[in-house]
Design a protein around this ligand. Structure first.
Ligand SMILES: [Zn+2]
Length: 577
């Protein structure tokens, strides 16, 4: 395996003729935020433009998107964004991207159907920008120097594709997310014959999904879920409530088929569930009789065993359909004895506590949540180790680049290629931001890294927030905040009154007057002893007061709250009241 970490000094210069750059600006060394820059002297495009969901240590953040710093110097040269499929970690950053750079976006029908709905929510006009492509279609992008071909792959969302880029440096295949499912629910198979044909003709570079490369064997087909779910339909005397990812249209198709066969009407709970089902029906990706659905308020007119509830909220999200239902906020649907709740999904790491709380809540209300008497009710959308091996063997690439996953997964994927006979120098281990240069003579090398990073979106603030904001939020969350206000007479420089101290999330000062006195005394002393040159420089003075207060707090409490000193002059209008 070849890798390097030196900076790529000349990244701001346009690639020289004959040079092609591949730069993952997200999605390597992490799960999510997948985005790959493809750059030549004539073309500049992006494969996918995904977002990352925030974790607990990013309070108040709704989304994390890639920093597009690399694209800035070339902003007027961006040709297009090509999408492999419609998952958020592949297209979720597009509203922010298109707002800045409205360039054409190419993708299959369902992918663009989801994107269109998303852009509408963000009030971004996409008219004329979205271009639907068909399976196996090959189209010139931008100047036409690069042609892109969409090859169907099976995954947990309809219309997923690998993208083959036909370039003067050879064919570059990006698998997107895939598994090799021989019996997909919609009958749309991976384009194996086409992938093999590309492999035989010669593939310069393969960038392949590493998500499940740590799991042995081959991924089970989506078809296996039918047995387990059917058991649930038959073994549940009351309402059957199933939460699943609303974009997993294949899983929903299986559930709707079973509802029809087993005589249950279907209630939908959750906005994205309703929206995705509507889009899928319009695009004929989901088929069922019209009268299968009923409004939740009609549910009490049927026997509980005649009801299937499909809802969002597999990760225990507080505002999701499932959580609302468990709180009794969905009219017509109340959990009762005999009902069963199933999470037909995987727990995303970090959400275990919320999920366990949710199941506990359902059990408390009388629902069954165990799975012991059922067959499998979930199958991953990502291939396992054997599927990854199969992909490498089909495409026989000159160079293999593992993508999508933690650094560990990328490394394991690289080792897999080596075990299949790929020599070390042909397995390229890239990290986020590292630039791979590919040349027409068939050589490739890692040129070093370009500036990359994460941008944090707080929809409440309606724009990106700086990483320092998150840092401040974490301090306040952990140890609270202390604000000290000093009122100074500008003529004499003396304090007009005793400093005022206010705190939140720290010691309740009104309950502990002596401690309040200690803090007030410390800040007063620091002010009075401050040399004149510091007193006359507000910035230095505030810093001095901050340090004095911090010192006394640390000594007395072992905590580090945020400390905010404010020095105000007494004629300040806010103090006249
Ligand atoms: Zn995916």
């Amino acid at each position: 395996m070849i890798r390097t970490t030196t900076p790529f000094e000349t990244w701001q210069e346009t690639p020289v003729p004959g040079e092609l750059r591949l730069i993952p600006i997200g999605g390597l060394g992490e799960f999510g935020m997948n985005a790959l820059v493809v750059h030549t002297a004539e073309s500049l495009l992006l494969v996918d433009c995904g977002q990352l969901f925030p974790s607990d240590d990013q309070p108040g953040i709704d989304s994390i998107v890639p920093d597009f710093a690399y694209l800035e110097p070339f902003a007027d040269r961006i040709d297009a964004v090509l999408l492999t499929h419609g998952h958020e970690d592949h297209l979720g950053a597009l509203p922010y991207f298109l707002e800045r750079w409205p360039v054409p976006v190419y993708g299959t029908a369902f992918t663009l159907g989801l994107l269109e709905g998303k852009l509408r929510e963000f009030e971004i006009k996409a008219k004329g920008l979205l271009h639907v492509v068909s399976d196996f279609e090959r189209i010139p992008i931008g100047s036409g120097e690069i042609e892109a071909e969409w090859i169907p792959v099976t995954h947990s969302i309809p219309d997923s594709c690998a993208i083959a880029l036909h370039t003067s440096q050879g064919v570059i295949v990006h698998t997107g997310d895939f598994k090799l499912d021989a019996s997909p629910v919609d009958g749309r198979l991976t384009g194996i014959a086409r992938l093999k044909a590309l492999g035989e003709a010669g593939v310069a570079m393969l960038l392949s999904d590493s998500t499940n490369v740590t799991r042995q064997g081959s991924a089970p087909s989506e078809a296996v879920c039918r047995g387990g779910l059917r058991d649930a339909f038959r073994k549940t005397p009351g309402k059957l409530v199933v939460a699943t990812f609303s974009s997993n249209i294949h899983r929903l198709q299986t559930l709707l088929n079973l509802a029809y066969e087993e005589g249950r009407k279907v209630c939908l709970v959750g906005r994205s569930m309703e929206r995705n089902i509507t889009i899928a029906r319009e695009l004929k990706k989901l088929r069922m009789p019209d009268d299968l659905f009923i409004d939740c308020r009609e549910a009490p007119l049927f026997k509980p065993k005649q009801i299937l509830v499909l809802c969002t909220g597999t990760q225990g999200e507080a505002l999701s359909g499932l959580s609302r239902m468990l709180r009794g906020e969905v009219k017509g649907l109340k959990i009762a004895e005999g009902d069963r709740l199933l999470l037909s999904s995987r727990a995303i790491p970090g959400n275990e506590v919320a999920i366990s709380r949710l199941l506990d809540n359902a059990e408390r209300q009388g629902a069954e949540t165990t799975l012991e008497d059922l067959g499998p009710i979930h199958a991953s959308g990502h291939g396992y180790r054997e599927d990854s091996a199969e992909m490498i063997k089909m495409l026989q690439p000159r160079f293999m680049v593992p993508v999508h996953g933690t650094y560990r997964n990328l490394k394991i994927h690289g080792r897999l290629a080596e075990s299949l006979g790929w020599p070390q120098e042909r397995v390229l281990l890239l990290d986020g931001g590292e630039c791979l240069q590919v040349y027409e003579d068939g050589t490739a090398k890692i040129a070093g890294s370009v500036p990359v990073g994460k941008c944090f979106v707080d929809q409440g603030v309606s724009h990106m927030v700086d990483a320092r904001v998150i840092h401040d939020r974490l301090i306040m969350q952990e140890d609270g905040i202390v604000v000290a206000t000093l009122l100074v007479d500008p003529a004499t420089g003396e304090l007009v009154s005793e400093p005022a101290i206010l705190s939140r999330g720290f010691v309740v000062l009104s309950d502990d007057e002596a401690y309040g006195d200690l803090l007030r005394g410390a800040v007063r002393k620091a002010y009075e002893e401050a040399p004149t040159e510091i007193r006359s420089n507000k910035e230095l003075l505030v810093e001095l007061l901050r340090q004095a207060l911090r010192r006394v707090i640390r000594k007395t409490t072992e905590t580090r709250p945020m400390v905010v000193p404010m020095v105000l002059e007494s004629q300040d209008p806010s103090f006249r009241e």
